[in-house]
Write a protein that binds this ligand. Structure first.
Ligand SMILES: [Zn+2]
Length: 145
């Protein structure tokens, strides 16, 4: 059973932004840069969702034999998980696009510092700076462990 590649975990196809010296953080040009990254990412993701849905439909048609059913269901749950992940990511991307529209993008939600262009390019939906993110992950580990 093919596993959907996780290639849409991160955006691709963009030229890293080079701010001019002294350029204001998250000015219109930068916001537009990230809007384009997010829109491109969303496009890729929606195409992947289409493929996953088609896959599920094809699988349902192909496995008429009950002997194949276990394999089929394994594949199903895997693809459903993939779909769930895609849906959550899409939601996150849409929320991030709204933040850009409201000119409220690129700052840490916990401490208010600039998240930074390079970090946002790697992870455009990030809402925490590296320090707060690290802290949040530590707390999560402690709670989970
Ligand atoms: Zn922070």
């Amino acid at each position: 059973m093919p596993v959907a590649e996780q290639k849409t975990e991160a955006p691709k196809r963009f030229t890293p932004y080079e701010p001019a010296p002294g350029e204001e953080y998250m000015n219109d040009k930068q916001l537009e840069h990230f809007r384009q990254i997010l829109l491109g990412w969303k496009q890729d993701l929606m195409e992947e969702v289409d493929r996953t849905v088609r896959h599920l439909q094809e699988d349902a048609n192909n496995y008429a034999d009950p002997a194949d059913r276990a394999t089929q269901e394994e594949g199903f749950s895997l693809e459903l998980r993939t779909r769930d992940r895609e849906r959550k990511l899409l939601k996150k991307i849409n929320e991030t696009l709204e933040k850009i529209d409201e000119d409220d993008y690129g700052f840490c939600e916990a401490c208010g510092v600039e998240i930074g262009i390079r970090r946002l390019e790697a992870r455009p939906t990030a809402t925490l700076c590296v320090d707060c993110k690290t802290l949040a992950e530590l707390k999560e580990k402690q709670l989970g462990g």
